[in-house]
Each structure stands twice: as structure tokens, then as C-alpha cells.
Write a protein that binds this ligand. Structure first.
Ligand code: DHB
Ligand code: FE
Length: 280
């Protein structure tokens, strides 16, 4: 059977992708950020999974106000890199896993979560920047990737509670797939940031650290937090953090091993948070 070996959490700031693509990672502004991912890149080389279920949000690139799926799973064989206005990022295309993705869709939908099935999907910085941070600049990504998109851009957005339960359903789905696959679940986006309005530039270090503490030690309690608290405390784009609860909900009930924890302010307008948890 397939098993979930680990979960990874990371911010997805587009300027990080630009710094990598333009060869600027060693500049003083960026170096401390990329230093925080050295261990992660080595770990991905040493311990590459077969498949990543990459929970992310699209930023009005693949989807628009025409159609707004709350939860969407990419079931295609491959996914091209979205053009976000200045050409697609120069990174490898994403190779999917249609069999596992279809199995997850079947299992999770039968468990009462209404996923939208997407057979054609261009992936934006929400998905490619986490891959770049964790894998650097390879010729091809080291494993298959199933994009799992969550609407956190246009209200109404799903609650943390629903995301956490969806993580449980995802765990059940992966663990019932009849193939010997090592699967990681990634939760991406966040941490505190607000890109617009009078509070643009908001960062809340204390709240971010508390979010990581609770995610590790009491995710069920964290899942009860209403969306308005994310927005008030972590800014309008801080709501991206509900996606971390999907990955955390996919982990076993036993406490995970914290392989890595990193926090850095700022990257562009955002507080960058990063965790690697191994399943026990
Ligand atoms: C920034 C952060 C995001 O999450 C995003 O989607 C776009 C921009 C930023 O900090 O600039
Ligand atoms: Fe974002």
C-alpha cells in the first residue's frame, strides 16, 4: 500500500522564484532565506518520495472569477507552467500521477468532500515556488506531483476545520492505494502577509510562531480557529495558511518528528515559514 512518509510546509512568495530564476540567491537580501532551505534540499535528495500531493492555491491564473472551485485535484499526466504575465517560469513541467489522483478523487468524494476534477491545469507560483525551494533547479522534478488546489483567493474560503478533516480523508485515500508508493503531502502558502489596502505589509511574527507551535502540538485545536482570526492577525493573504491544515490532517495521529523548522522575515511582503514533519 502507499504510505505518507512526511509533510512539508512552506511559503510560496513569487519573488523567491524570480530570485532563483535570475541567479540572485546569494545576494545579501536573499542568502539568509535560502540558507534556511539547505537542509530541506539535501533531505529531498537523500529521501525523495515517489509522489507529492501538493496542496496550493492558484492566484487567478488557471482559474478566474468564471469558475471558483473550493477544492480541485489535478488528474492529468502533466501540467504546464502558467504564464503569470511575464512568461512561464523556466522550470520543468510537472509530471502528475493520474492513477493515484483518480483514486484520491474517488475516495475523498465518497468521504463527502466535493473535489473538482481538473484534467487540464497550468500551475502558478503557488505550486512551482515550493518545488524550487525544496528541489533547487533540476532538469526534471525528482518525483510525480499531484496538484491539489484550494480557493483562498475569492470569498467564501473553506474553514480550517474543513481543511483539517479533508487531510484525514486524504490520508485514508493515500493509504488505500494499492501500490508501494512513498507519498509526501505539502501544505503551502502563508505565513502572515497582506498585499493590499491600508494594512499592506502586515507581518505578525508572534502569531506566526504560535501557529507553528499549535500546528505541531495541537492541530485539532488550531483547526477550530475561524477564518476572521487569520485575516485579522495574519493579514488578508494570511488565510493561505488554512492549506497547512490539510497536510497536517494527513499525518498519523502519533506526534510527528520535527525534522526542520525555519522562519524568516521578510521575503518580499511575506513572513516565510517552513516545516518538515516525518510521519510516525
Ligand atoms: C507575495 C506573496 C504571495 O503569497 C503571493 O501570492 C504574491 C506575492 C509577496 O509577498 O510579494
Ligand atoms: Fe500567495
Amino acid at each position: 500500500m502507499a504510505k505518507i512518509t512526511a509533510s512539508v510546509y512552506t511559503s510560496h512568495v513569487p519573488a523567491i522564484g524570480a530570485a532563483i530564476d535570475l541567479g540572485r540567491t546569494h545576494e545579501p537580501y536573499w542568502q539568509p532565506l535560502f540558507d534556511g532551505y539547505k537542509l530541506s534540499k539535501q533531505w529531498m535528495l537523500d529521501d525523495a518520495p515517489d509522489v507529492i500531493v501538493l496542496v496550493y492555491n492558484d492566484h487567478a491564473n488557471a482559474f478566474s472569477l468564471d469558475i471558483i472551485p473550493t477544492f480541485a485535484i489535478g488528474t492529468a499526466a502533466e501540467f504546464h507552467i502558467a504564464d503569470e504575465g511575464w512568461g512561464p517560469r523556466p522550470v520543468p513541467k510537472v509530471i502528475g500521477h493520474p492513477e493515484l489522483a483518480s483514486h484520491i478523487a474517488h475516495s475523498v468524494i465518497q468521504d463527502d468532500f466535493d473535489l473538482t476534477i481538473v484534467n487540464k491545469l497550468d500551475v502558478d507560483h503557488g505550486l512551482t515556488v515550493p518545488l524550487s525551494l525544496m528541489c533547487g533547479q533540476p532538469e526534471a522534478w525528482p518525483c510525480r506531483v499531484i496538484p491539489f488546489a484550494v480557493n483562498v483567493v475569492q470569498y467564501p474560503v473553506p474553514s480550517g476545520r474543513r481543511c483539517y478533516s479533508l487531510g484525514h480523508a486524504l490520508r485514508k485515500a493515500v493509504e488505500s492505494f494499492d501500490a508501494d508508493l512513498r507519498v509526501q503531502i505539502w501544505g503551502t502558502g502563508g505565513m502572515s502577509h497582506q498585499l493590499q489596502g491600508p494594512r499592506a505589509g502586515l507581518i505578525n511574527r508572534a502569531w506566526d510562531q504560535r501557529f507553528m507551535d499549535l500546528l505541531l502540538d495541537d492541530p485539532a485545536a488550531l483547526a477550530q480557529m475561524p477564518h476572521i482570526d487569520y485575516v485579522r492577525e495574519a493579514g488578508s493573504e494570511g488565510i493561505e495558511l488554512v492549506m497547512w491544515l490539510i497536510a497536517r490532517g494527513a499525518m498519523s495521529d502519533r506526534p510527528p518528528t520535527v525534522l526542520h523548522r525555519f522562519y524568516h522575515v521578510p521575503a518580499s511582503n511575506t513572513a516565510v515559514g517552513h516545516l518538515i514533519l516525518e510521519n510516525n
